[in-house]
Design a protein around this ligand. Structure first.
Ligand code: ATP
Length: 281
């Protein structure tokens, strides 16, 4: 059991001195994090830095070689499987999809952890599915096959399935990958609403740094399997932080409406023009 935080609240999900390995290779080193309740936490870092592995460890999909993950203050490996599934849902990077599955049937799968021995379908199950379809704006195509939908619509259906599970904590691995700008905004607005209006605690891996900065309440930067830095205010994100984490020279601009920084990679097309590094505007 971990101790209460300074305000008496235990983080719904936390890790202490976590190490994880695949065969003999350690890919997470000494990770300690506390995921804040009802907030969007975003994991950011270069390819191979350990973001998906950390998400898997936080959801008990993999067992750490050392250290502990705490769900509601208790070692996650001591919870019953059904108990974990009622508290925490995870949407992996590339969910496997059976052929000809309707949206309704996909979303209904979120109810598995709530069903009894004889898998009776209750009013609570139906209400949860209808609610999830409504929040994600997917009710109109509930009877269509998931395979026939656009990438953005499909992604919203997967989020609906995670919502139907009615867990307080939702872990999302790259929920906006393959989506065009409009669908990325759609999905990010939905995720933000789930935290702000529906009391969910969400941890998402995002590759788009600027989306992450615009939406995150809490950011964890990973590099080489270690936590490089965590920040609560995206405005504090500096050129040095981004340049160091991604090993790329960047320019920092300010988005005028939110005042949140936007980072662009710096490159020179001509070898004769020196490329200024680490520029903040
Ligand atoms: N199943 C696995 N077996 C062996 N090694 C793995 C496995 N999964 C991940 N790794 C290794 O662990 C390291 C971290 O991978 P991980 O997928 O967590 O990184 P990531 O930050 O999510 O990367 P990306 O941004 O490319 O998705 C990488 O070196 C990767 O090769």
């Amino acid at each position: 059991m971990i101790e209460d935080g300074p305000d008496g609240d235990i983080a719904p999900l936390a890790a202490k001195k976590l190490h994880a390995a695949f065969r003999d290779t350690t890919v997470l080193h000494d990770i300690s994090v506390e995921i804040p309740r009802n907030r969007l936490t975003v994991l950011v870092g270069p390819n191979g830095s350990g973001k998906s592995t950390l998400l898997s460890a936080l959801s008990r999909l993999i067992t750490p070689t050392n250290g502990t993950v705490y769900l509601d203050g208790k070692n996650i490996h001591t919870h019953h499987t059904r108990d974990v599934a009622r508290k925490l849902g995870i949407l992996p990077q590339t969910p496997v999809l059976p052929e000809n599955l309707s949206v309704y049937d996909l979303v209904s799968r979120g109810r598995y952890p709530h069903q009894g021995l004889f898998k009776q379908w209750t009013k609570a199950d139906e209400d949860a599915v209808q609610h999830a379809l409504a929040i994600t704006n997917t009710a109109d195509f509930a009877q269509q096959s998931v395979q026939n939908l656009s990438g953005g619509q499909r992604q919203r259906c997967f989020i609906a399935m995670a919502l139907a599970q009615e867990t307080d904590i939702i872990l999302l691995d790259e929920p906006t990958t393959y989506l065009d700008l409009r669908y990325q905004v759609d999905v990010m607005n939905l995720i933000a609403r789930l935290c702000q209006d529906h009391g969910r605690t969400i941890v998402a891996v995002l590759h788009d740094l600027n989306f992450a900065l615009q939406y995150a309440d809490h950011m964890i930067f990973l590099k080489d399997g270690k936590i490089y830095q965590t920040i609560d205010d995206p405005r504090s994100c500096s050129v040095d932080l981004i340049s160091d984490v991604f090993a790329t020279d960047v320019v920092r601009l300010i988005e005028p409406v939110s005042g949140i920084p936007v980072f662009m990679p710096l490159h020179s097309k001509s070898a004769d023009v020196p490329c200024p590094s680490r520029v903040a505007i």
